[in-house]
Design a protein around this ligand. Structure first.
Ligand code: 13P
Length: 250
């Protein structure tokens, strides 16, 4: 079992095209000698600008969401076909902002996961509990449900294109990070859930990122934990000065 570290930047709804181009150029140059796996997920309108800049580099191109259908009357949505056309290789799905602000439920997220996998994408499936769920002792149960329902119908053969990202909602954009021990505990639990579904070998190979206020000064500690295989970074992904040290930790 040897899992690569996988560091992803989720740019959320930030940046114009010129700002995105500038950051993508800086990251391409500064991560050239980085030894982990990398991804950036710019907003939809920035993808076409960023794609040629990172083409041929060690940074994968990601998107932050997709529609649950291939095409059709879905005003305001973006399809897997359109993302494929732009060279996107990975789609982040089930982000807590999608779940809690835009009310996406596990069934909808699962539809997106299976559609994206069917179209050859890698999927980063986000899971994570709310503060009140953690305080009620339900963090593991919530993450288990989101994992099991998110992966429903996913064939074992496609599992190597699934990455999980544990993002406790209370840690996102708040400056509060889960302790490395807390993160490792949930990751280990979720890995056991995956083992129950797909067996030990597949679970052992599964990359589980941690997300929620990952910064240059806490990245190495988080990733020193056995079950923490990378990071999904929000705020600190918006500047090369903060993303590069995270991406080059260790
Ligand atoms: P922050 O790093 O800003 O807490 O965001 C984490 C996140 O939601 C990444 O998807």
């Amino acid at each position: 079992m040897s899992r690569p570290y996988y560091i992803a930047g989720n740019w959320k709804m930030h940046k114009t095209r010129s700002e995105a181009a500038e950051l993508a150029k800086a990251l391409t140059a500064q991560l050239k000698d980085g030894k982990h796996r990398y991804l950036i997920a710019p907003g939809f309108t920035l993808i076409e600008t960023v794609a040629p800049i990172i083409a041929g580099s060690n940074i994968r191109l990601g998107a932050q969401n997709c529609a649950p259908e291939e095409q059709g009357a879905h005003t305001g949505e973006v399809s897997v076909l359109q993302l494929k056309d732009l060279g996107v290789r990975t789609i982040i799905l089930g982000h807590s902002e999608r779940r809690h602000v835009y009310k996406e439920d596990d069934a909808l997220i699962n539809k997106k996961v299976t559609l994206a996998l069917r179209h050859g994408f890698e999927v980063i499936l986000c899971i994570g509990e709310l503060l009140e769920e953690r305080e009620a002792g339900r963090a593991e149960a919530v993450c288990e449900t989101q994992t099991v329902k998110g992966l429903e119908g996913v064939a074992a053969a496609d599992l190597d294109r699934v990455v999980l990202a544990y993002e406790p909602v209370w840690a996102i954009g708040t400056g509060k990070t889960a302790t490395p021990e807390d993160a490792d505990g949930i990751h280990a639990y979720v890995r056991k859930v995956v083992a129950g579904l797909y067996g030990d070998a597949a679970a052992g190979d599964m990359i589980i990122q941690y997300g929620g206020s990952v910064k240059p000064d806490n990245a190495a500690q988080l990733m020193s934990k056995e079950n923490v295989d990378g990071a999904l970074v929000g705020g600190a992904a918006l500047k090369a000065d903060t993303f590069v040290p995270i991406a080059k930790f260790g």
